[in-house]
Design a protein around this ligand. Structure first.
Ligand SMILES: Cc1cc2nc3c(=O)[nH]c(=O)nc-3n(C[C@H](O)[C@H](O)[C@H](O)COP(=O)(O)OP(=O)(O)OC[C@H]3O[C@@H](n4cnc5c(N)ncnc54)[C@H](O)[C@@H]3O)c2cc1C
Length: 487
C-alpha cells in the first residue's frame, strides 16, 4: 500500500512514471498507469490534491467550492469507468439554470429538448434551423479542421440574432473561456456535451470528490507526495537521437530539500507552456517547437467572490446557476473587463453537502478576468479592485434575493493572482490555452521521447470532464511507450 505525504520521504528513487501535478488529468493519468501495473509517483506542489478542482474551509463552518459549478453528464460514464461506481453514483443533476440580462430573463434545464423549446417558441427561430444547428454541432470533429469561428457559425445559423448568440455562448464562455473569435469546435464540443442531458454536480462537494479520488489512487498503489514541486524535468540523449525524459528534480516545500528521481516516462499536468518552456526547458526541444509553444495564447483567468451564509439563515431558491449581466448586446470583451457587469452565481443549497452537521447555504460569484488587468496593480489598487468586485457581487446577489446581504457572514475574493499562486498556471489561466495549445500538447512526445502532457489545453480539453478524459488518453500513450522501451 502506498502513502500520501508532504514530508520529504519517497519510497523509491526510480518509478516507471512520474506524474507532475495532481489536477484531475494528473490524478486520472496516475491511477490509470497504476492500474496498468506501473509504479507511479504523483507529485503535487500544493498541500491539497485536485488542482483547480479546489475547495477551502473557513471559520463558522463555511466550505467553498471553487470550480464545482456544473459539468456535463459525460462525467457519470467517465467516473464510473475510470474511477468507481460510488464516485459516479454521487453525481446529480442541477435542473434550475437561469439567465437574467437586458436581452432576456429565463429558466431552463439546459438540455437539447429545453433549448429547442426556447429557441423555437421564445426566440422564434425556425424549427428546421434549430434541428440543423444541433445536428451540425453533434457531427463536429477535431480532425475536420473547420476554420470557422463560433461567431461565424452563429451568423450562419442565426444571422443578426445577438440574443440567440448570447443564449448559446454565455454559459460556455464561463465553462471554458471560449469567445466568438475562437474556433467553432471549441464551443461546439462543450455545448453539445452539456446539451446531451443538462448540467450535473457532485453531491458532497469538491472535498468529498477529491477525497474519494485520493482513496482510489492509494488503493491502486500510487505514491502521492504533496507540497512536492517538480523543479526540472531531466532530459538525456536518447538512443535514436531524440532527447528522452529520464526523471525529475523534486523540491519539498516542507524543508526546501531537493531530490532527483528517475522515471521511465514523465506525465506533466502542469500548464503546457510551463512544461515545455520551464520544466523541460526551451533548449531541450527543437527551436521551432519551442517557438510554437511560446506563441500559444493562454485562456482567460477568473475572479470569484465567495459569500457564506450564517448558520440558520438561508438563500431562497433563485436557481442553481444564474448567468447575470447588465450588458447588451453580449460582448466577450465586456465579460472579462475588470468592471464587468456580467457574473455567474452558483448557489449552493444544503443538498450540496447533505451530510454537513447543519444545513448550509453559500453563493459563489464568478467572473472571467484577464491577467493583464490584475498583474501590475499595487497593493492599494489591488485591494480596492477586490473590494469593488465583492461589492458588485453582493449587489448582484441582492438583486436575485433581496435582503440576503444580512445573512452573509463570510466574504472573500480570489483573483487571477490567487489562481496563479495556487496552481502555478501562467497568468492564472483558468482553462489552459487557446486552441493551438492542443497541438503542442499532443506533439510533445514526438520532440522529447517519454515526455507527455495531460491537462487543460486547447479549450476543448478542459473542465472536469475534459481533464479526466485527457488523463485517460495520455496514460494509455505513456503505457504504450513504456512497453516499447522494454522491447
Ligand atoms: C473559477 C473556475 C471555475 C471553474 N468551474 C468549472 C466547472 O464548473 N466545471 C468544470 O467542469 N470545470 C470548471 N473549471 C475548470 C476545471 O476546474 C479545470 O479545467 C480542471 O480542473 C483542470 O484540471 P487539470 O487536470 O487541467 O489541472 P489543474 O487543475 O490545472 O491542476 C494542475 C496541477 O498541477 C500542479 N502543478 C503545477 N506545476 C507543478 C509542479 N511544477 N510540480 C508539482 N505540481 C505542479 C498544480 O498545483 C495543480 O494542482 C473551472 C475553473 C476555474 C478556475
Amino acid at each position: 500500500m502506498s502513502t500520501t505525504s508532504d514530508t520529504p520521504t519517497l519510497k523509491n528513487s526510480a518509478y516507471d512514471a512520474v506524474v507532475i501535478g495532481a489536477g484531475l488529468a494528473g490524478m486520472t493519468g496516475a491511477r490509470q498507469l497504476a492500474r496498468m501495473g506501473r509504479s507511479v509517483l504523483l507529485l503535487e506542489q500544493h498541500s491539497q490534491l485536485g488542482g483547480l478542482a479546489a475547495w477551502f474551509r473557513r471559520p463558522r463552518g463555511h466550505v467553498f467550492d471553487v470550480a464545482l459549478h456544473g459539468f456535463p453528464f459525460g462525467m457519470v460514464k467517465s467516473c464510473r469507468k475510470y474511477w468507481s461506481p460510488a464516485v459516479a453514483g454521487a453525481i446529480r443533476q442541477l435542473t434550475d439554470i437561469r439567465f437574467a440580462n437586458p436581452d432576456f430573463t429565463l429558466q431552463t434545464t439546459f438540455d437539447r429538448a429545453d433549448f429547442t423549446r426556447l429557441l423555437t417558441e421564445r426566440f422564434r427561430a425556425p424549427a428546421a434551423t434549430v434541428e440543423a444547428f444541433f445536428s451540425h454541432l453533434r457531427a463536429m470533429n477535431y480532425y475536420d479542421r473547420d476554420g470557422r469561428t463560433t461567431g461565424e457559425l452563429f451568423e450562419e445559423f442565426f444571422p443578426a440574432r445577438p440574443d440567440i448568440h448570447r443564449l448559446l455562448l454565455e454559459p460556455i464562455a464561463y465553462a471554458n473561456g471560449s469567445t466568438l473569435d475562437d474556433p467553432a469546435i471549441t464551443f461546439g464540443i462543450v455545448f453539445s456535451n452539456f446539451m446531451s442531458r443538462g448540467v450535473f454536480t457532485f453531491t458532497g462537494g469538491t472535498d468529498a470528490f477529491i477525497a474519494a479520488l485520493r482513496d482510489e489512487l492509494l488503493a491502486a498503489g500510487v505514491e502521492i507526495a504533496t507540497s512536492a514541486s517538480a523543479e526540472k524535468i531531466h532530459i538525456t540523449d536518447g538512443a535514436d537521437g531524440l532527447p528522452r525524459a529520464a526523471g525529475v528534480r523534486v523540491k519539498f516545500r516542507r524543508d526546501g530539500s531537493e531530490r532527483d528521481i528517475a522515471a521511465g516516462a514523465v506525465l506533466s499536468n502542469a500548464g503546457i507552456k510551463n512544461t515545455v518552456l520551464e520544466l523541460a526547458g526551451a533548449g531541450a526541444v527543437p527551436a521551432d517547437f519551442a517557438a510554437a509553444a511560446a506563441a500559444v495564447r493562454l485562456n482567460n483567468s477568473s475572479a470569484q467572490v465567495y459569500l457564506g451564509v450564517r448558520e440558520g439563515a438561508e438563500i431562497p431558491r433563485v436557481g442553481d446557476l444564474v448567468f447575470t449581466s447588465g450588458c447588451s448586446p453580449f460582448s466577450s470583451r465586456e465579460l472579462t473587463a475588470p468592471d464587468t457587469s456580467s457574473r455567474t452565481f452558483s448557489i449552493y443549497y444544503p443538498e450540496t453537502r447533505p451530510d454537513a452537521p447543519a444545513p448550509r447555504f453559500a453563493a459563489v460569484a464568478s467572473t472571467n478576468q484577464l491577467w493583464a488587468d490584475w498583474a501590475d496593480l499595487d497593493a492599494a489598487a489591488y485591494k480596492e479592485r477586490k473590494r469593488r468586485l465583492a461589492e458588485d457581487a453582493l449587489a448582484g446577489l441582492e438583486r436575485l434575493a433581496p435582503g440576503v446581504r444580512a445573512a452573509i457572514d463570510w466574504e472573500e475574493t480570489a483573483t487571477p493572482r490567487t489562481f496563479a499562486r495556487y496552481t502555478r498556471h501562467w497568468e492564472g489561466a483558468s482553462f489552459g490555452t487557446k486552441f493551438e495549445g492542443l497541438k503542442i500538447s499532443l506533439e510533445l512526445p514526438e520532440r522529447v521521447a517519454g515526455l507527455y502532457h495531460a491537462g487543460s489545453v486547447g479549450i476543448i480539453m478542459s473542465g472536469w470532464l475534459g481533464a479526466i478524459n485527457y488523463g485517460v488518453i495520455v496514460a494509455a500513450k505513456v503505457d504504450e511507450y513504456l512497453r516499447r522501451q522494454r522491447g
